[in-house]
Design a binder for this molecule. Structure first.
Ligand SMILES: *Cc1c(COP(=O)(O)O)cnc(C)c1O
Length: 381
């Protein structure tokens, strides 16, 4: 598959040539652990054991690399498994990482409760402010971690500006591209060294699979990551790889609809008397709207907002919607609502990443925008 094809075409075809044996137009689920060797060491297509490589996972990994414009993609059992592999590849005791002041709670927990025990230091910076990130870099800093848009406050970081600062200091720039997906934003093209995904979210897109991915344009780093993926073993299984690929085929059309629906919902919320603040990078009032417009094709399906009446009002609102299902996670075709303070971000309570208690987060699905607006309007009362 030529790199010249557009994103929509690559999503459907990259890594997914028809099966040479049968012509099956979709990669089969190779539910297999081991492979017959033609004499000792005579591997067919390089397949030996499915932790090291599996054809269904290869199809997904080639697809991921093509969509992010990388040299290599690697698929994992979850987003956090991908992050763990990346951190153990990049870091050693005594190293330091700059992490954002707004991030997925599980990412923060991985730094604060797991990686810290191995002697890796981290400090928090407002990554939307390049000067703050530059000031946070120490001689021992090995990586800058960025999430843009961020979870749950939809903060925006200027990826190209941070790539400049990181590379000046000889530091790697990692971008968690889960909220945008490669259809809306291409961090490697903007200078990032590694892209991280929870493919559980928009890539899978149907709330039916948990997975993660790493993509890099650096062939040397890709080798090291692939070594650790096999040495540590938290790989994506064949069926999960197949489900993720199936979801990716419709990523472009889904992201267009997610973005269009979210823009309408953000407008509704901005005008609503019970809503005190709306976080959506597509709003001209967002502090980094111009940066978002520069580096994203559209603004995505995530919207957060604060309500009048504090934590109780926010929790009650989450209980009153009918179409918006109360639940964690995001990025599926169905709309979800949640209270970050008590749910997805409970693990950041008391830290620099603590979120407002009156915050509500929406993952806007691809249902009819009119129906979604009607539901939110009745729930807000
Ligand atoms: C969900 C999520 C993760 C973690 O991924 P899992 O697949 O749940 O392990 C990481 N980053 C972001 C932005 C997420 O939303």
């Amino acid at each position: 598959m030529s790199d010249q094809h557009s994103f929509e075409t690559l999503a459907i075809h990259a890594g997914q040539d028809p099966d040479p044996l049968t012509g099956a137009v979709v990669p089969p689920i190779y539910q297999v652990s081991t492979y017959k060797q033609d004499g000792v060491g005579g591997l067919r297509g390089g397949y030996e054991y499915s932790r090291s490589a599996n054809p269904t996972r290869t199809a997904l990994e080639e697809n991921l690399a093509a969509l992010e414009g990388g040299a290599r993609g690697l698929a994992f059992a979850s987003g956090l498994a991908a992050e763990d592999c990346l951190l153990r590849t990049l870091l050693a005791p005594g190293d330091h990482v700059v992490i954002p002041n707004d991030a997925y709670g599980g990412t923060f927990r991985l730094f604060a409760k797991v990686v810290a025990r191995w002697g890796v230091e981290w400090s928090v910076a407002d990554t939307s402010d390049p000067a703050a990130v530059r000031a946070a870099i120490r001689p021992q800093t090995k990586a800058i971690w960025v999430e843009t848009p961020s979870n749950p406050l939809l903060g925006i970081t200027d990826i190209a500006a941070l790539a400049g600062i990181a590379h000046e200091a000889g530091v790697k720039l990692v971008v968690d591209n889960t909220f945008a997906s490669p259809y809306l934003q291409q961090p490697l093209a903007l200078g990032a060294d590694v892209v991280v995904h929870s493919t559980t979210k928009y890539m899978g897109g149907h709330s039916d699979v948990v997975g993660g991915a790493l993509v890099t344009a650096d062939a040397g780093l890709a080798e090291e990551l692939a070594f650790h993926q096999n040495a540590m073993g938290a790989i994506a299984g064949p069926f999960d790889s197949w489900l993720t690929l199936r979801g990716i085929k419709t990523l472009a059309v889904r992201m267009d609809r997610h973005s269009a629906n979210a823009e309408r919902i953000a407008e509704l919320l901005v005008a609503h008397p019970k809503v005190t603040q709306v976080f959506y990078p597509g709003l001209p009032g967002h502090a980094l709207h111009e940066v978002a417009a520069k580096q994203m094709r559209a603004f995505g399906g995530m919207v957060s907002f604060r309500v009048e009446g504090g934590e109780e009002a926010a929790v009650e609102l989450c209980n009153r919607t009918e179409l918006f299902t109360l639940g964690e996670s995001l990025g599926g075709v169905e709309s979800l609502i949640e209270h970050p303070g008590r749910m997805t971000h409970a693990s950041v309570a008391g830290s620099a990443l603590e979120v407002p208690a009156d915050l509500v987060r929406l993952s806007v699905g691809i249902e009819s925008a009119d129906d979604l607006i009607a539901d939110l309007t009745q729930a807000l009362g």
